[in-house]
Design a protein around this ligand. Structure first.
Ligand code: ATP
Ligand code: MG
Ligand code: FE
Length: 341
């Protein structure tokens, strides 16, 4: 089974072809970093226009790399949300058009499910259920992944996403855009215990996360004018690690018998965070699985893989599927607690 995946929910445009034996036949990606850099963040209108320009050439490139034509694929999987709605619409409409023109089924993919199932593309031995720490630009959640479309949210952030905290810290410290990798590089040259920073919610009984206070503390540390940016970056990263470990350990107690502790999403590309979580998993007697860095940040291989997981269950979608700016993996948790928590 071959699936073509399309991704366009933020500032990466991507196309990939994956088969059901986990072979990534091709993957192409165009990042819009240069276009957004002058603004220090992603500008939705610029992003949507760039997706329009880049997506079709990327699809053609991915097909050429795999030496395939559209007639060879079994289904077309496109991100249908959540994300910047203009970009999501570009990818979903492109997927619909390709599906209509070829008669192939469309699989509308939740971008977060793409991240959530990406560890199963990376590791064939990973079985359900598993504990997933989803740490990305827009999310910080601990989920019990029970199967495709079957998620139980254990915890979420009550304010900022963790990737957002990295991006804001990078901006405050003048480290550039995109923020996560810049903070990671600077942190390598800093002392993680040089700057006293808070650990929001550490030890609190509910396993939720919070990063807004940490960001404000970074601002104060910078304005104090006595710390090197590298030391602030390293101390910030250490504070994030301490919070992620404490909160994840707390949340794991609320899961029955996860087969593994898994991390996914863009922030999972951070080596220090991966090492710390691997240690935590060891302490908890759990296997630890993290996809390679490129599969953690936005890409189309994870969308194609989620397409395979759904298509093989017969879960194709109608061509009038509507793009969604918001689309939680566990809607019952959002309803029960209200937006945000
Ligand atoms: P979401 O998936 O929640 O919709 P998104 O798609 O924008 O959001 P991703 O592409 O999954 O997010 O992740 C991007 C985020 O990951 C950014 O906030 C970025 O700063 C962060 N990030 C990327 N690499 C690293 C790194 N090496 N260290 C820390 N953070 C990183
Ligand atoms: Mg990006
Ligand atoms: Fe993402």
């Amino acid at each position: 089974m071959l699936v073509l995946g399309l991704e366009s929910s933020c500032d990466e445009t991507a196309a990939a072809i994956v088969d059901d034996s986990r072979r990534i036949l091709s993957h192409r990606l165009a990042t819009q970093e240069e276009a957004h850099r002058p603004y220090g963040g992603v500008v939705p209108e610029i992003a949507a226009r760039a997706h329009v320009e880049k997506l079709i050439p990327l699809v053609e490139g991915a097909l050429a790399d795999a030496k395939l034509s559209l007639a060879d694929v079994d289904a077309i999987a496109a991100t249908a949300g959540p994300g910047l709605i203009g970009g999501v619409m570009v990818g979903l409409v492109t997927g619909k058009a390709l599906a209509l023109a070829t008669g192939k089924p469309l699989v509308a993919i939740n971008h977060l499910e793409g991240h959530a199932l990406s560890p199963r593309l990376a590791d064939a031995s990973l079985e359900f259920p598993y504990a997933l720490l989803l740490v990305s630009g827009g999310h910080c959640q601990l989920l019990e992944v029970r199967g495709p479309g079957d998620y139980r949210r254990i915890a979420t952030t009550i304010d900022d996403a963790v990737g957002e905290a990295f991006d804001k810290t990078a901006k405050l410290l003048g480290l550039g855009f995109p923020g996560g990798p810049a903070v990671e590089q600077a942190a390598l040259k800093g002392d993680p215990f040089a700057v006293p920073l808070p650990r929001p919610l550490l030890g609190s009984p509910e396993p939720h996360f919070s990063f807004a206070g940490l960001k404000s503390a970074v601002l104060r540390a910078r304005d104090a004018g006595i710390h090197r940016a590298e030391d602030i970056a390293a101390s910030f990263t250490q504070a994030v690690i301490d919070c992620l470990l404490d909160r994840t350990a707390r949340g794991l107690r609320r899961m029955e018998a996860p087969r593994a502790l898994v991390v996914a999403g863009g922030v999972a590309a951070n080596s220090a965070i991966r090492r710390a979580l691997e240690t935590l998993a060891g302490e908890q007697g759990l296997r630890f699985i993290a996809p390679p860095g490129w599969l953690c940040t936005d890409n189309a291989a994870m969308i194609a893989w989620a397409g395979i997981e759904r298509h093989r269950l017969g879960w194709d979608d109608p061509l009038d599927f509507v793009a969604r700016a918001r689309w939680p993996l566990d809607p019952s948790a959002e309803k029960a607690r209200g937006a945000g928590v």
